[in-house]
Design a protein around this ligand. Structure first.
Ligand SMILES: Nc1ncnc2c1ncn2[C@@H]1O[C@H](COP(=O)(O)OP(=O)(O)O)[C@@H](O)[C@H]1O
Ligand SMILES: [Mg+2]
Length: 438
């Protein structure tokens, strides 16, 4: 006899985050098939792909979810969430992990998030809103301390935030965003924010709007070069848990940020069934919100899934159903996970695609190593590079050094023309003064 409840789960997206989710969900006793749309060669190892479905195609996704009679849809990326895919699935009577368009605005509009934070007195850096370049530049000309932070209001795929060191630089960024519209409609309005000094951490919670299930913290390495140098990327590597983050600060995060956010969503009448990701700066005065995301982080999810020891599907379903209060706290692997992202030469600028990748199997033969694919595609039996961030090699160990050793042992086995990665993932904390210079 099979398990009593046996269902199909549909995962939307095709990155490393979705491979990690597919890997974890496919281990559930409650699931007999994981379907990924469109998926990648990694998710294909965990189930079946629907390669022709685009994440923006909500009509097609609703149709596929019905035709396959899936028990749950998990939406990975922010774009379909902001387009209201979760609303459309729910209207069709399908269970879904992911907020509707109203909740997704927390990520889709930095202004929306900032206004909500201020209305509910949740700590975040001081800020001003501008819908005209001239007014923004006047304000920046009178700024008293540098750097400052200029953010495009809308979704910009990680390219909408500029830390500017001088008035001149700030004004040129304002022109690029607002006059030249280099980020399209994302730059119709901007937020100018005070620069916060501290240590950054990513906090993920699953929430149904009533209850939160806190996930272990993750540290992401955003800049492309060792020692946090060079331009920002989508994320070059992760480490979890975060050794320097004390229990006291975790309690502050819950009490000053997460619980007030839940309250804010409730009183504003915003239903939320999915993942709420708080990007935080831990400053001398405590945690400050940098931003919210309305979905799992990438590559944070790769580390979270490796350390999440409980079956994740009951949590995803309870989030969708609004019954998270019935769930016990999940069990976590007490070991450290380090995930190293391997990139294509040139990333985050122009890079080449279509390089054959060798050695994924040998990397996974290393004890405690799992490789999650992101920018890859199949060509016959070969796996080719098909993105800037190509894959993440995750290693586990009893401490950061052991986890790093495992991950980098795996990295050594993988080869393609132009592959590179950072060599210092997991090595933190950096000093506060180094951060201020960045
Ligand atoms: N107010 C701030 N002070 C200091 N650094 C910031 C500030 N806002 C953003 N950053 C830095 O810029 C990065 C990107 O900003 P974020 O708001 O997370 O935008 P996104 O992820 O949408 O690009 C953050 O991870 C952080 O390193
Ligand atoms: Mg961010």
């Amino acid at each position: 006899m099979g398990p009593l409840l046996s269902m199909k789960v549909l995962i939307i997206g095709n990155g490393g985050r979705e491979h990690a989710l597919a890997w974890k969900i496919s281990q559930s006793e409650m699931v007999d098939e994981v379907i990924s749309a469109p998926g990648n060669p990694g998710t294909a190892q965990c189930g079946r792909n629907l390669p022709d479905l685009k994440v923006e195609d909500s009509v097609g996704i609703v149709r596929a979810a019905k035709a396959e009679d899936v028990g749950l849809v998990v939406i990975g990326p922010e774009v379909p969430l902001c387009l209201g895919l979760a609303d459309k699935l729910r209207e069709a009577g399908i269970k879904v992990f992911g907020p509707g368009a109203a909740g997704a605005q927390l990520e889709g509009s930095k202004l929306f998030a900032k206004e909500l934070l201020d209305r509910h007195r949740i700590p975040t850096g001081g800020w001003r809103r501008f819908d005209r370049a001239g007014a923004a530049k006047d304000y920046l000309e009178n700024a008293e301390s540098w750097p400052m932070v200029v953010k495009a209001d809308g979704l910009a795929g990680g390219k909408g935030v500029f830390i500017v060191q001088s008035c001149e630089e700030a004004c040129s960024v304002v022109d690029q965003i607002m006059e030249e519209r280099q980020l399209g409609d994302a730059g119709v309005e901007i937020v100018v924010e005070d620069f916060l000094v501290g240590q950054e951490v990513s906090i993920h919670v699953m929430t149904d709007g009533e209850t939160i299930v806190l996930m272990d913290p993750v540290e992401d390495h955003k800049q492309v070069g060792d020692g946090d140098t060079g331009p920002n990327t989508g994320g070059m590597g992760v480490s979890s848990p975060v050794g320097w983050l004390s229990q006291r600060v975790m309690r502050q995060i819950e009490q000053r940020v997460l619980i007030p956010m839940l309250h804010a969503l409730r009183v504003e009448g915003i239903p939320y069934h999915g993942l709420l990701y708080a990007g935080l700066m831990i400053t001398e005065g405590g945690p400050q919100v940098l931003e919210f995301n309305c979905r799992f982080g990438d590559p944070e999810t790769q580390a979270i899934m490796r350390r999440f020891n409980s079956d994740i599907v009951p949590y995803l379903l309870a989030t969708a159903d609004g019954t998270l209060d019935k769930c016990e706290a999940p069990e976590w692997d007490s070991r450290q996970c380090v995930g190293v992202v391997m990139c294509a030469q040139g990333y985050p600028e122009q890079y080449r695609r279509g390089e054959p990748i060798l050695g994924i199997d040998s990397a996974e033969a290393v004890e405690d190593v799992i490789v999650f694919q992101a920018g890859t595609r199949h060509d016959g039996h070969e796996v080719l590079t098909d993105g800037g961030r190509v894959l993440a090699v995750t290693g586990m160990g009893k401490n950061v050094n052991d986890a790093r050793d495992a991950a980098y042992e795996g990295v050594k086995k993988i080869r393609w023309n132009g592959a590179f990665c950072r060599s210092d993932i997991g090595l933190r904390p950096k000093t506060l003064s180094a951060k201020a210079k960045a």
